[in-house]
Design a protein around this ligand. Structure first.
Ligand code: TXA
Ligand code: MG
Length: 319
């Protein structure tokens, strides 16, 4: 079996049918491709884990078309409203208390009484949400432990034949997953496409952060989440195989001009390319140039650090 391919705006309606039928559809958002299922359909959501080969049930992000649809699922206090108004549609997921009448499959929240919700900005994602007419639960559309896909071809590499359809909308604009924030007190759970600086500008008090790698209710924080096959060395300026940045010229460069936005957009695609080159060259590792820890650099370093984390096998629960 191969997954049905849908291309662009003309085929969104046909793609939305897949979701309405309780089947799995990979679709583009501005961050990365998501592996979507109707969030109210437990069997469909269960198949997400099956297709990904996820070793445990981690809570998923629920995608909706607007704030009103979000408020039918989660409780929005003043902080949550402030964040939603500032950054939606866009690459921010908000963790808020789950409404009792939300009617989501409990698999979506992995039994938690909170839910992560976001309103994606991509035009195709918006069209899909309105045509599907249901909240869409979607982790990144990769097999568990692999790098998040930023093109339909990446999705197909990992999941072709394991899912029902793939909606191709070209490469993702942001190229990093969404930032995840607990609304109250404002707490960063995962760095991502919206910078901490931009979020801090919305509040008077400093933003807390809860990035403890052992925190069980944010499994995406586990250091083994992102895992190329090759080992990865950090902060290198010279290596047999080097992913460059700014002045550090490598075999490939995340951004020759040191532009963090460009680097973020290139990150997953280039980690994949470096992994493939290492394999071709018979090298057990590749290295990554130093990246400043400001703006989107925080998220990039977080991703690269996970890619570099030693993998002990069996402890990965990441998405
Ligand atoms: O950009 C993105 O966020 C992409 C696109 C497809 O939207 N999605 C994505 O999903 O990255 P996933 O499943 O790979 O990561 C979801 C993260 C996990 O770290 C999970 O633990 C966290 O969201 N999460 C979900 N619900 C949560 C909750 N109620 N409390 C804390 N963390 C939660
Ligand atoms: Mg993921």
């Amino acid at each position: 079996m191969t997954s049905t391919q849908f291309y662009g705006p003309d085929q969104v309606d046909a793609a939305a049918h897949v979701l309405r039928d309780g089947r799995l559809l990979a679709f583009p958002t501005e961050t990365v491709y998501g592996l979507g299922a109707d969030a109210r359909n437990g069997a469909a959501v269960a198949r997400i884990y099956e297709a990904k080969g996820r070793p445990s049930f981690n809570p998923l992000i629920v995608h909706v078309s607007d704030l009103k649809a979000a408020q039918a699922i989660g409780e929005f206090d003043e902080n949550a409203l402030r964040l939603a108004q500032a950054f939606w549609p866009g690459p921010l997921s908000l963790v808020v208390p789950l409404r009792r009448d939300a009617r989501l499959s409990s698999l979506v929240t992995a039994g938690l009484d909170t839910v992560a919700i976001r309103v994606p900005a991509g035009a195709l994602a918006k069209q899909l949400l309105s045509l599907a007419g249901c909240p869409i639960a979607a982790p990144s559309a990769n097999k568990s432990g692999q790098i998040s896909p930023t093109t339909a071809a990446h999705v197909s590499d990992g999941l072709n034949g394991r899912i029902d359809g793939i909606l191709d909308g070209g490469p993702c604009q942001v190229g990093l997953e969404s930032t995840i924030m607990r609304a109250t007190p404002p707490t960063l759970l995962r760095p991502g496409g919206v910078s901490l600086e931009a979020i801090a500008a919305v509040f008077e008090d400093p933003i807390l952060s809860d990035l403890d790698p052992d925190m069980p209710n944010a499994p995406g924080q586990l250091s083994s989440h992102y895992a190329p096959d090759a080992a990865v060395q950090l902060n290198a300026t010279e290596a047999p195989l080097l992913l460059g940045f700014a002045d550090v010229v490598g075999d490939l460069s995340l951004s020759p001009t040191g532009d963090l936005i460009e680097a973020a957009a290139n990150l997953f695609s280039m980690l994949r390319q470096m992994d493939a080159r290492a394999k071709d060259a018979g090298l057990a590792s590749f290295a990554v140039a130093p990246i400043p820890n400001t703006g989107l650099g925080l998220a990039i370093n977080d991703r690269v650090k996970r890619a570099a984390a030693p993998r002990s096998g069996g402890s990965s629960t990441g998405g």
